[in-house]
Design a protein around this ligand. Sequence first.
Ligand SMILES: [Zn+2]
Length: 85
Amino acid sequence: MGRILLILGIIFLIWMAYRFLNETWSERVREVEEKARKESQKSKPIQQVKACAYCKTHIPEDEGIYEQGLFFCSYQHLDHYLEHK
Ligand SMILES: [Zn+2]
């Protein structure tokens, strides 16, 4: 009788360990998938086009410069704008 309980106990422990590992693993997989999804969203952003505060030329946001809450197409125009303000 004692032996059966011992075996049942071992099976129970293995089952618990399996469940724990399984949960930890699927959690990790979820995390990795989440990260990959965020990563791919980051690498494919929606291109925002903004107008330069100086020459009004529309260029992609990531190609311009933000300064004092204003957007500029180049450092030249940033300087011009700040000089002639
Ligand atoms: Zn400009």
